[in-house]
Design a protein around this ligand. Structure first.
Ligand SMILES: Nc1ncnc2c1ncn2[C@@H]1O[C@H](COP(=O)(O)OP(=O)(O)O)[C@@H](O)[C@H]1O
Ligand SMILES: [Mg+2]
Length: 396
C-alpha cells in the first residue's frame, strides 16, 4: 500500500488563492509511484472538500461548480489511524472512510500557517510536514520572530510594537516614541500578515497615522521599523529540521515599487495577468552577490531555522542595507509560496525529490515523538470525591 498524503490548502487567509496555486504545483510534483494524493481544499468558510476536480487549477475559477463536484469531508481519529470521513452522505450509498498517513499543509498566512493547522494535526495525532505549533507561531508573528532572533544574537532591525487599543488610547505617546526611536522614513507593518498586505512605507509624519490605521485594519498588533533606503532583498530557503538542515542558493526578487507588492509577488509585475504563485516573481537566481556575502546569508539562514526550531522547507527573507553592507533577517515564511521549489531546483534538487525529503523529515519527527512520554499512570483520581450535590469538592 502506498503512503496516502493529504494535501491541505486554501483556508481563511488573505493568501487563500496563492495557497491554491502552491498546492496544485505541489500535487503535480508528488511522486505518484510512491504516494497516493488526497487533496483537501479548505474553503474560505473553513469547510473542507475533497475530489478529483481539485487537482486542476482551472477548476478554481468557478467555485460554485467546484463545490458541486467536490465532497465535504472531516477527519476523525480512530484507534491508531486518522480517517477522512465523507459528510452529507446518502443513506444507502455511503462512501467508505479513507485512511490518511501524512498531512501536507500547503497553506499560507493567518489561521493556518501560524500553527493553527499544525495544532489540528497534533490533535488528531496525524504526522505532518512542516513546522510544529510553536515554530510556526513564532514564524508568523514578525515581532515575536525578531525577539527570538535577537535573544539568539542574530541580526534584526530594531522595532517598536504596539496594540491597536494602545494607539487609540494614546496616539501622541506612540507617535513621539516612533519619531524619537525610529525616525523617518519608516515602515509600518501588521505583525502577522503576508504578501505585503497592510504594509506602508512612510516618509513624513503627516502620513504616519493613515499608515497605522491601515495596519490596524488588518491586525491587532503593529510593528514600526526603520526603512532601509538603499535596499536589496535577498531570500534563502532552508530544508531539514533542527538536527540537520541545509540552505539553498539565494534569490533576489525584483520590485516595481518602493516595497515588494502583492502584484510583484504573484502577478509577475503590475501589467502581467498570469500567475504561477511565488514562482512567477521577477527574480535573479542565484542572487548576484559576492561569495562571502551569499555564504554569510546561507549560514545565517540555517542558524535562524534552528533558533526557531523549524522543520520542513522554509524561506527566510533578508534586507541588505547597501550603505552599510549589513544584512538583517526580515521574516520567515514557514510554508513559503510555491514551497520555494524554484530555489531548490536551482540548488540541484528536483521538486519531486524535495517532497520525498519533506516526507522523510515528517516521519522522522513522528518517530521521535512516538518515543516521548505524553501520559503518566497515576492513581490521583482514586482519592478524589466531590461528595453529594452541592459539595464544593476536594482540595487539590
Ligand atoms: N525595513 C524595511 N525597509 C525597507 N523596505 C522594507 C522594510 N521592511 C519591509 N520592506 C518592504 O516591504 C515588503 C513587505 O514586507 P515584509 O516584512 O516582507 O512583509 P510580508 O510578510 O508582507 O512579505 C518587503 O518585501 C520590502 O520590499
Ligand atoms: Mg516579505
Amino acid at each position: 500500500m502506498k503512503t496516502n498524503i493529504a494535501v491541505f490548502f486554501g483556508c481563511r487567509s488573505v493568501e487563500h488563492e496563492v495557497s491554491i496555486i502552491s498546492a496544485v504545483q505541489a500535487m503535480r510534483a508528488i511522486n505518484r509511484d510512491k504516494y497516493d494524493v488526497t487533496p483537501v481544499y479548505v474553503a474560505k468558510d473553513g469547510e473542507m472538500y475533497t475530489g478529483d476536480n481539485l487537482f486542476e487549477i482551472e477548476n478554481y475559477r468557478d467555485l460554485t461548480e467546484l463545490f458541486k463536484n467536490a465532497k465535504r469531508v472531516t477527519f476523525i481519529k480512530e484507534k491508531d489511524a486518522v480517517l477522512m470521513h465523507y459528510l452529507d452522505q446518502k443513506k444507502f450509498k455511503k462512501i467508505p472512510d479513507v485512511a490518511i498517513d501524512l498531512a501536507f499543509p500547503v497553506v499560507h498566512g493567518t489561521n493556518c500557517e501560524d500553527g493553527t493547522m499544525a495544532g489540528y494535526f497534533e490533535f488528531l495525532g496525524l504526522p505532518y510536514i512542516s513546522c510544529d505549533i510553536i515554530s510556526a507561531a513564532v514564524g508568523m508573528d514578525k515581532a515575536v520572530f525578531k525577539d527570538v532572533l535577537k535573544s539568539a544574537g542574530l541580526p534584526v532591525l530594531d522595532c517598536i510594537k504596539f496594540r491597536a487599543r494602545e494607539y487609540t488610547l494614546d496616539k501622541e505617546k506612540i507617535t513621539t516614541e516612533i519619531k524619537e526611536k525610529i525616525g523617518f522614513p519608516l515602515i509600518v507593518k501588521p505583525v502577522n500578515l503576508g504578501s505585503s498586505v497592510g504594509i506602508t512605507k512612510v516618509n513624513t509624519q503627516e502620513k504616519l497615522d493613515e499608515a497605522i490605521r491601515l495596519g490596524i485594519s488588518f491586525s491587532d498588533t503593529i510593528l514600526v521599523e526603520k526603512a532601509i533606503t538603499s535596499l536589496r532583498e535577498i531570500n534563502c530557503s532552508v530544508l531539514g529540521d533542527s538536527d540537520e538542515c541545509e540552505a539553498s542558493v539565494c534569490e533576489e526578487p525584483f520590485m516595481n515599487d518602493e516595497i515588494l507588492s502583492y502584484e510583484d509577488k504573484y502577478m509577475g509585475g503590475k501589467n502581467s495577468g498570469a500567475s504561477k504563485g511565488m514562482a512567477s516573481l521577477g527574480r535573479k537566481i542565484p542572487a548576484d552577490l559576492p561569495e562571502d556575502k551569499s555564504n554569510e546569508i546561507r549560514d545565517l539562514s540555517c542558524e535562524i531555522f534552528k533558533a526557531i526550531g523549524a522543520s520542513g522547507v522554509v524561506r527566510i527573507d533578508f534586507l541588505l542595507d547597501c550603505d552599510t553592507g549589513r544584512v538583517y533577517a526580515n521574516e520567515i515564511n514557514t510554508i513559503p509560496g510555491s514551497l520555494a521549489f524554484y530555489l531548490w531546483e536551482a540548488t540541484g534538487l528536483k521538486y519531486t525529490d524535495m517532497i520525498d525529503r519533506l516526507v522523510e523529515i515528517a516521519f522522522r519527527r513522528q518517530r521521535n515523538r512516538d518515543n516521548l512520554t505524553f501520559t503518566i499512570d497515576t492513581n490521583i483520581l482514586s482519592g478524589v470525591s466531590f461528595g453529594t450535590k452541592g459539595a464544593k469538592g476536594a482540595k487539590l
